[in-house]
Design a protein around this ligand. Structure first.
Ligand SMILES: NC(=O)c1ccc[n+]([C@@H]2O[C@H](COP(=O)([O-])OP(=O)(O)OC[C@H]3O[C@@H](n4cnc5c(N)ncnc54)[C@H](O)[C@@H]3O)[C@@H](O)[C@H]2O)c1
Length: 300
């Protein structure tokens, strides 16, 4: 793939990591942030990540921090936005960006849950706009969901898929702009039932997590759910669903158990207790374990 000029808006947790992936793939990357300290930290964070991963540290030279939004995007072939999760902010940014880029510059948002359609509806050229949903940390989790809206053109999707694939990511084309895209719909279908099991006294939170980690969680990186259904047979899958589906939680709103945790300020790691109690040491151990695991899967 030809080298592109890429602009990243927002240099936080996701933005600096996205810039890192594109710079490592050989693209020229400009990056901006409204908070000078975040922008100042971006290149040192990228250099530290590259060192830690044993990647080519010189790639950081292809990342140009830029205090001014217009300077950041002026020559861009592709702009990806990773600012705070705030619809009016994202709409305002894209309106401003569109005034300063070429008519064929592709515009992408890395929103987690805001509909891409809502973010991009005010643009003059909506066919060049789409969503690209990365996962944290962007340089270790391969998936990028590439989200099409009713206006996105086929060449915009094709070019963006190729851009991410050539940068070593695993792009997945999401053909309709639905809440949660693909990954988070699947993930939160599981979380709904996980919470329901605890709420209904079938087991405690620790047991839910142990069951997942010690059973189908072991297979998930090499065996997707539909591969698994085919492996055991669609007839067996149907027989299981006939019995299990009526029993599985299907409430269309967040669990009252979850709502009570939040009302009681049991917010998880940040308050020391959520579904379970967490000491600072336990939190650090779990975070380290996750990073070590993701790094060990880098070459899969
Ligand atoms: N954290 C995750 O796991 C994750 C995963 C996927 C997608 N996302 C999405 O990515 C986006 C960024 O999330 P994050 O976790 O990196 O947040 P973050 O808070 O770490 O970074 C956001 C950055 O945007 C900057 N910013 C705010 N307004 C700005 C503006 N007008 N111009 C330029 N910069 C501005 C902030 O200063 C901050 O540095 C959000 O939309 C989020 O929902 C996050």
């Amino acid at each position: 793939m030809a080298k592109a000029r890429i602009s990243v808006i927002g240099a936080g947790l996701m933005g600096h990591g996205i810039a890192q992936v594109f710079a490592l793939a050989g693209h020229e990357v400009s990056i901006t942030d409204a908070v000078p300290q975040s922008l100042d930290a971006a290149t040192s964070r990228i250099a530290a990540n590259l060192r830690d991963l044993g990647e080519d540290e010189s790639a950081v030279a292809r990342v140009r921090p830029c205090a001014d939004l217009v300077d950041t995007v002026r020559d861009a072939d592709y702009v990806v936005e990773a600012v705070s999760e705030d619809l009016p902010l994202k709409q305002k940014l894209f309106a401003e960006i569109e005034r300063h880029v070429r008519s064929d510059t592709i515009l992408a948002s890395n929103t987690s849950v805001i509909p891409i359609t809502a973010i991009m509806q005010g643009l003059a050229k909506r066919e060049r706009a789409l969503g690209t949903h990365w996962w944290n940390p962007p340089f270790l989790v391969p998936l990028v969901e590439v989200i099409e809206t009713q206006w996105t053109s086929a060449p915009t999707i094709a070019w963006t898929m190729k851009l991410h694939e050539a940068a070593g990511k695993k792009p997945a084309h999401v053909k309709k702009d639905v809440p949660g895209f693909i990954g988070n719909r699947l993930q939160h279908a599981l979380w709904r039932e996980a919470i329901s099991l605890v709420e209904h006294g079938i087991c405690d939170a620790e047991t839910v997590d142990s069951v997942v980690k010690a059973s189908f969680g072991r297979r998930l990186t090499v065996l997707g759910p539909l591969e698994n259904a085919d492996m055991v047979g669609t007839d067996l899958t149907l027989a299981i669903h006939n019995i299990v589906m009526p029993a599985i939680d299907s409430r269309p709103e967040p669990s009252p158990y979850l709502q009570k945790l939040v009302a009681d300020k049991k917010l998880g790691f940040k308050s020391g207790e959520g579904f379970r109690k967490w000491s600072a040491e336990e939190q650090a151990t779990l975070r380290t374990k996750v990073m070590r695991h993701l790094k060990s899967m880098q070459d899969l």
